[in-house]
Ligand binder design. Structure first.
Ligand SMILES: [Zn+2]
Length: 403
């Protein structure tokens, strides 16, 4: 049992969209692991990754061993079901993200496209896997996810400045939307900035159900310049949402999304493939043709982008919720305890990765082994281990698993 629960040291990334220094929750949590080098206030900290992904793997805190190597030596820790389907691996990749600027407007290719792209350009598309993902808000979280309802988009594109992007006036369906999206992405910088200016001169009341559009365009333009094609795609075509702590969205493979501002727990199938077309320098953008082809049209309104949080039967005291997207690679448990409260996680029959996002306490395993829990501590937990959580002051734990 002693080798089934191990504390990890994780890697952090410094992308330019990350929050700066100590204001980044990703940095805060990452820096709490004993032995961490500490936060450099001149750097941005965008993402902390947990798990075995080769470009940013986690290591056992006690020995420095690579978690992936550890699991290869102890395949029994991932359990039979995961071993049969994915090998001695963790089929998911949880992260903590903190960002004060939009991440690139993106989609993640589905299994077929990922396989094709990987074959053509293995350096750029390192994975053959798809990458559906969920994002759980830890703070207020602004994002763009999926498409607005077609009828809303059709109304918006009757506005004079937008007429130039719609070629047919007969029926407006998803193929029209694909064309509109591509023509917004292909518009030259002058047309983009002129369109934004023209839209901002129209009264908010003419934007139908989305009167926020002119102000949003202003905010986006401040971040990436008024000629970034992503500004138009996000503000006009996509659902703009603000989530509160605990709320979550599910982004299926091939679904358009751009995260705007906040701190989140993200979990995805194990892949790092991405196709970008906006909110990044023009040189870093992928082909609009490829992006346009890969697009799918789910979800098609804000409500269906949300991933409901449900009570989990893994928590014996009813203090554990689960975010379970409709895919087999992972689900995420959230256990929030007040001062003096207790919870027990039933044994899970697959691998899991756990992070303490708030508070402190302790975790007991069969055999009376007890582990201290503190904010920022990350653990790998092998299959078949029940865990007892106690806390004097309160505790919040997220645990991604597959079984
Ligand atoms: Zn993504």
């Amino acid at each position: 049992m002693a080798d089934a629960v191990v504390q990890l040291r994780c890697g952090v990334k410094n992308d330019p969209w990350g929050k700066k220094g100590k204001s980044s929750l990703a940095a805060q949590l990452w820096s709490k692991t004993p032995g961490s080098e500490g936060i450099d206030d001149s750097k941005t900290y965008s993402e902390m990754w947990m798990g075995t992904y080769p470009s940013n793997p986690s290591y056992l805190l006690s020995t420095g061993e690579h978690l992936g190597e550890y699991l290869k030596k102890k395949p029994q820790l991932v359990g039979k079901s995961v071993l049969d389907r994915w090998g001695a691996e963790i089929p998911f990749l949880p992260k903590i993200l903190s960002f004060s600027k939009a991440l690139p407007l993106q989609i993640h290719p589905d299994l077929d496209l990922a396989a094709k792209l990987h074959k053509e350009d293995p350096k750029k598309y390192g994975d053959t896997n798809h990458k559906p993902e969920i994002a759980i808000a830890l703070s207020n979280f602004e994002l763009f996810a999926g498409w607005k309802p077609l009828s809303d988009i059709q109304e918006l594109f009757k506005l004079k400045p937008l007429e130039r992007f719609v070629s047919s006036h007969t029926k407006f369906d998803d193929e029209t939307l694909r064309q509109v999206c591509k023509s917004l992405l292909n518009a030259d910088p002058k047309t983009v900035s002129a369109t934004i200016k023209e839209l901002q001169s129209i009264p908010e009341s003419q934007f139908g159900r989305d009167p926020y559009i002119p102000v949003l365009l202003e905010r986006l333009s401040k971040q990436f310049g008024d000629n970034d094609n992503g500004n138009l795609v996000a503000a006009l075509l996509m659902n703009y949402m603000t989530l509160g702590p605990g709320d979550s969205v599910f982004v299926p493979a091939d679904s358009i999304h751009a995260y705007f501002e906040g701190d989140i727990v993200e979990c995805m199938a194990r892949s790092d493939n991405v196709i970008n077309t906006g909110f990044c320098p023009a040189a870093e953008r992928d082909s609009v043709e490829l992006f346009g082809q890969a697009l799918t049209f789910v979800p098609h309104d804000a409500q269906s982008a949300l991933l409901p949080r449900r009570k989990s039967d893994k928590g014996m005291n009813g203090k554990t919720d689960v975010y379970a997207p409709p895919i087999s690679e992972f689900a995420v448990l959230c256990t929030c305890l007040g001062a003096g409260e207790k919870e027990t996680h039933k044994a899970i029959l697959g691998p899991s990765l756990m992070i303490v996002t708030k508070g402190c306490g302790s975790m007991m395993m069969p055999g009376d082994q007890t582990v201290e829990l503190k904010e920022g501590f990350v653990f790998f937990v092998g299959q078949g281990v029940a865990l007892d959580f106690t806390t004097d002051k309160g505790l919040a734990v997220y645990r991604a698993y597959a079984e």
